[in-house]
Design a protein. Structure first.
Lengths: 294, 419
């Protein structure tokens, strides 16, 4: 028994937040898990069944036929979006980090401005601009660049997910740039000057000083982006095609299927999403730990 | 410690707020006997009825408020609380969650429902049983009609009461095409599509895209030339004709909008493709044809509805009462009011903004004044409607329920996923 409660312990301070999160998230995760085993789906089933798992993973039946291609498609979209965003953010951040004074504030403002748009709004804006009956298609047709609006290249609602990636990349580059820029502005300069005095070339400085400095932050940010892209619903729902579909779209489709037995399958797919995002979260936490130990 | 106490207080307040929000409807357990209509009306007095219905159309919302809302208040002292939902499945999920949480009474009194959502609630035993034939106005409903006593093939069993009717139709733009150039069968449509590549698409059959499923079922009817045999499920018939259906869709696929790489997922997406002149046909279920859509500005004013010569599936839509409805008596009164000849006549007129067909059989209306009103209304459907004689000639009922998911899953497997 402890003599006296130590209220300065971080766990006590975190207790309210942890309590709410574990209550709300924990309960819904348990609920979802129960549904994936066929319980509480409204069908009156009372025993645990692995049928939904079998249906999804076997590649047979409506859920299985699409599951593996959806998983592949989700991994492709999430990986491509993350890599492109990271490369773009790094380039822009390095370019912007040399700007000083007032323009620095303008840059930050410009980057934040983009963050204010919800993905939903951004996705619909892209649709209005880039679809075949969209603004750009009409301008191009009016200017005579293409014969009619329908000749416009297919950039949204395409089978390779270009539209979805375009949305994520344009939204996540500013997000990652802000993270990288914060690191660069706070510490990079002195080391850079030392290296320059020692005769390091521009590229050497970039490669041996700047990039190693920002890499941990960029990695952590990229994993957040990956986890988000992999599990978000609205963008692929708006900019995606009927096939292949990303996992969250597939999961909701099965969850809302009028046949209550399909709910279990929708929940199984949701759990695959949760599992993969959790793995990514663990990797990112591990990475952070190693950084602090160095 | 203070913080923890503050947090606990906040938490309690939040919880009780949830509780209040959930229970804000009155739960007067006034009893009534369903066989004694006066007792229903008496029990309903002063109640609030929470009607969950698809709220995507402003004109329908206005119609509901100004016609039913007013009449309920004036005649029965019932307050109508119209709860708009983005998709009827949201109301279904509300009722399902209440069941899972053991919440009785719940918050939903009446749902505008049909087809798959009705099947879901019936499957889960969440609907008030055996009431629809007890409504006084139920005598105006032709319960012998299989299109009424079966909903997407699921037996209705008086667990829902009809409101209005709809029939599958196509829409064209009279500024772009002439009536004599329109295809009048699935076979003619195929020729048209091949001659006009990229100018046609249809809604992807599947949950949420029932119009696409209906379009596919019409093709099954045409290929088999026999509608009756689809009324009961028969695997042999399905095995015989479904390959023809996939062949048909795969044959036209290269000539579709976007070469069939993707399809619109619902009616609104197809309307916008049509309005943007990306495709030349849209579809509708409304008896006033394109009329209501023109009012909403979704399609050009020159849009007109038409039908093939045959196999245009028609059906009814209904209202259902959840088993845990807090104000069942008021819900019953409203369901009865929907069948009143006065409102049945009002609902078909395009200017009132609803635009779906009669739920009752007007031949059963004995009051001559009411009958005249109904007949007059059906003469005033507007230019954008399909001529009633064309509609009647092409009208067929839906298939047995089993075919619904077979068509939807088969289409995904053999048409969409087929490369």
């Amino acid at each position: 028994m402890f003599k006296r409660m130590d209220f300065s312990s971080p766990w006590i301070k975190l207790a309210p937040a942890i309590l709410v999160i574990s209550l709300l998230f924990g309960a819904s995760i348990l609920f979802g898990l129960a549904q994936s085993f066929g319980l509480m789906t409204g069908t009156g089933q009372e025993s645990i069944s692995f049928e939904a798992y079998r249906n999804v993973f076997s590649g047979q039946g409506p859920a299985g036929r699409e599951f593996w291609s959806s998983l592949g498609f989700s991994l492709w979209v999430a990986t491509a979006s993350t890599l492109l965003s990271a490369i773009g953010a790094l380039t822009i951040a390095i370019w912007l980090s040399n700007r000083k004074g007032k323009s620095q504030q303008t840059d930050t403002l410009a980057l934040n401005w983009n963050l204010a748009f919800p993905h939903l709004v951004w996705a619909i804006a892209l649709l209005l601009f880039f679809s075949q009956s969209g603004l750009l298609a009409r301008f191009a047709a009016t200017l005579g660049l293409i014969q009619m609006p329908a000749d416009f290249p297919i950039l949204v609602k395409d089978r390779s997910g270009i539209g979805i990636i375009l949305d994520y990349v344009t939204k996540e580059i500013p997000f990652l740039t802000l993270i990288v820029l914060a690191v660069l502005r706070s510490q990079a300069e002195n080391l850079d000057i030392v290296a320059e005095n020692l005769g390091a070339s521009r590229w050497q400085r970039l490669w041996y000083i700047t990039i190693p400095q920002v890499l941990p932050a960029l990695m952590a940010g990229s994993l957040i982006v990956f986890g988000f892209v992999f599990s978000a619903y609205e963008v692929p729902a708006i900019l995606g095609v009927r096939y292949p579909r990303m996992l969250p779209v597939l999961a909701l489709d099965f969850f809302l299927n009028p046949d209550l037995n399909s709910r279990a399958e929708g929940m199984v797919i949701s759990f695959v999403i949760t599992l993969i995002v959790m793995i990514v979260a663990i990797i990112s936490l591990r990475g952070e730990k190693e950084d602090t130990q160095e | 410690m203070k913080k923890i106490i503050a947090f606990l207080i906040l938490f309690t307040v939040l919880l009780s707020a949830c509780n209040v929000a959930g229970n804000n409807t009155q739960t007067s357990p006034t009893t009534y006997d369903i066989n004694d209509w006066d007792s229903v009306v008496a029990a309903a007095k002063g109640q609030t009825v929470n009607w969950y219905l698809w709220g995507g159309s402003e004109s329908i919302n206005n119609y509901v408020d100004s016609f039913y809302g007013k009449a309920l208040k004036e005649r029965y002292d019932i307050t109508l609380n119209r709860v708009p939902v983005a998709d009827t499945v949201d109301a279904v999920n509300q009722v399902l969650s209440e069941k899972q949480a053991g919440k009785d009474p719940g918050v939903v009194d009446l749902i505008w429902i049909n087809g798959e959502n009705f099947a879901t609630l019936k499957q889960a035993n969440l609907l008030l049983p055996a009431w629809a034939d007890k409504l006084p106005n139920s005598r105006l409903v032709n319960w012998d009609n299989p299109a009424i006593n079966r909903d997407f093939g699921t037996p209705v069993d008086f667990q829902e009461s009809p409101w209005s009717s709809a029939q599958f139709q196509l829409i064209y733009d009279s500024a772009r095409m002439q009536p004599e150039d329109l295809p009048r069968s699935y076979a003619e449509l195929k020729d048209w599509v091949v001659e006009n590549p990229g100018r046609f698409t249809y809604i992807a059959p599947g949950p949420g895209g029932f119009q696409g499923t209906r379009f596919a079922k019409g093709a099954l009817y045409e290929f088999s030339g026999n509608v009756e045999q689809w009324g009961n499920f028969d695997q042999a018939i399905w095995d015989e004709y479904s390959p023809l259906l996939w062949d048909y869709f795969n044959d036209i696929k290269p000539y579709l909008w976007r070469q069939g790489e993707t399809y619109p997922k619902d009616e609104n997406e197809l309307h916008s493709l049509f309005a943007n002149q990306e495709v030349d046909f849209s579809i509708t279920q409304a008896i006033v044809g394109a009329g209501a859509l023109i009012e909403q500005g979704l399609v050009p004013e020159t849009a007109r509805a038409f039908v093939f010569d045959n196999y245009m599936i028609g059906d009814f839509n209904y209202v259902g009462i959840p088993l845990n409805a807090p104000s069942k008596a008021a819900a019953l009164v409203l369901a009865n009011l929907l069948l009143d000849p006065e409102f049945q006549a009002a609902q078909v007129l395009p200017e009132n903004g609803f635009g779906l067909g009669f739920g009752i059989d007007i031949n059963r209306v004995t009051d001559s004044a009411e009958l005249t009103k109904l007949q007059e209304a059906s003469q005033k459907l507007g230019d954008a409607a399909t001529p009633p004689s064309d509609l009647a000639k092409a009208l067929v009922g839906d298939t047995a329920a089993e075919y619904q998911s077979l068509v939807e899953e088969g289409w995904r497997q053999f048409v969409l996923l087929a490369q």
